[in-house]
Design a protein around this ligand. Structure first.
Ligand SMILES: Nc1nc2c(ncn2[C@@H]2O[C@H](COP(=O)(O)OP(=O)(O)OP(=O)(O)O)[C@@H](O)[C@H]2O)c(=O)[nH]1
Ligand SMILES: [Mg+2]
Length: 384
């Protein structure tokens, strides 16, 4: 072999080795970028381009699922409470803004004059605050403007808002439960037909059962054939027990039986439903007096008489409240259907004229739609 042939052979071998090396390195290098992208998708390593953005959100969503079991109670409560609070505000939407139109016009003027008072009076009456309370509120404001305590429209609106809040402040809105009683506490639901007695009773039962109390429902509405069935459905939903009587029977004796039975079973609370009207010509108020008397014949005591008023009935609610209060020593009002009415102002008339606290508010037809009445939140809803 000549010298030049040897050199050519060496060059060929070097070329082949170099080629194999390039192919080998190339193969190892190629999959690497694919793996990196895959890893980025899986681990959400920073990806700046908008195309990759949805990939980033995926694992973020799944993160709380892993953390859920170790989340502490406060966090869980906050998560659960937030939508509830929001929905109370949302469902007050009809009541909401009952005064806002007038507030807008009053604030739109440069001073306080007769049209200020006209606008406010009309709005208060439309919100069902009632003639008497509206007059008292406006007289107070007029006096303060005269005394130069208030001068701008802004100050007048601010003062009205805080006076309305202070009118509702101070009342005790807790449901009375006397744990020192030998027998069960009895809470009576009263009110005209269709007001929401049975529905509110069901919602209250659910809250009391959730609070750890043993609850017995008394189907004291023997007037309507379906009333017992309706209450039985609520008993099932809420986890309460129920005592029913014969249709057309004596409401007092059904409630008496329920109280006896609750006492024997060691139950804490009897929730007694009543009819909004009667078969016979007996006076409803007479009947309710009797119910109360008979309910307390044993060891149980009536610690709440809750008058259920439909907010959409407006000022008529005040007339009902007066009648029931005289007959049954009403201890609190449940104002229902506030989700469908801008007439919540009846609260002021009931509390001011009859001194009965509004304790609960109905904001819908389902089991969770009953909340404690919060005057500040309510007044803010009327204005905003
Ligand atoms: N939107 C809304 N509907 C309600 C509320 N409370 C009750 N209702 C509805 O009002 C209607 C009458 O409710 P009931 O609980 O049957 O009324 P009641 O006072 O027991 O009526 P009687 O048994 O006939 O005397 C039902 O359709 C309920 O679903 C509420 O807060 N909001
Ligand atoms: Mg009923």
């Amino acid at each position: 072999m000549s010298q030049s042939q040897i050199i050519l052979l060496i060059l060929a071998v070097v070329g082949v080795v170099f080629g194999i090396g390039v192919i080998f390195i190339g193969r190892r290098a190629k999959p690497a970028p694919r793996t990196t992208i895959a890893q980025q998708r899986a681990t959400t390593t920073v990806v700046d381009t908008p195309v990759e953005a949805p990939v980033v959100t995926e694992p973020v969503v799944s993160a709380p699922v892993i953390e859920e079991p170790v989340a502490d109670e406060a966090v869980v409560e906050a998560v659960v409470e937030e939508p509830v609070t929001r929905s109370v505000r949302e469902r007050l939407s009809k009541a909401r803004g009952a005064l806002s139109g007038a507030v807008g016009s009053v604030l739109g003027r440069s001073g306080v004059d007769q049209s200020t008072w006209d606008d406010l009076e009309e709005a208060l009456l439309r919100a069902d605050v009632g003639v008497k309370v509206s007059k008292a509120l406006l007289d107070d404001l007029r006096g303060r403007v005269k005394a130069k305590e208030l001068s701008t429209p802004h100050e007048v609106i601010g003062a009205l808002r805080s006076t309305m809040k202070s009118r509702l402040a101070g009342a005790s809105r807790d449901l009375t439960f006397d744990s020192s009683l030998e027998g069960p506490n009895i809470w009576l639901m009263v009110g005209v037909n269709g007001a929401g007695k049975t529905t509110s009773l069901g919602k209250i039962a659910a809250q009391q059962v959730a609070a750890g109390r043993r609850v017995v429902m008394a189907a004291g509405d023997t007037f309507r054939a379906a009333a017992g069935e309706q209450l039985a459905t609520w008993a099932e939903r809420s986890g309460a027990e129920i005592v029913r009587g014969a249709e057309g029977g004596d409401p007092s004796s059904v409630i008496f039986d329920a109280v006896q039975s609750a006492g024997a079973r060691g139950a804490d609370l009897v929730l007694a439903d009543t009819a909004g009207r009667l078969q016979s010509n007996t006076n409803l108020m007479e009947e309710l007096r009797k119910v109360r008397r008979v309910a307390e014949k044993g060891t149980g005591r009536v610690t709440e008489v809750l008058l259920v008023i439909d907010a959409t009935t407006g000022q008529n609610g005040l007339v009902q409240a007066r009648q029931f209060a005289e007959a049954t020593q009403v201890t609190g009002v449940v104002l229902t259907k506030l989700d469908g009415s801008a007439k919540g102002g009846i609260v002021f008339a009931i509390e001011t004229e009859l001194s009965i606290p509004v304790k609960l508010v109905g904001l819908g037809e389902t089991i969770g739609d009953l909340v404690a009445f919060d005057p500040d939140e309510f007044v803010d809803a009327l204005f905003d």
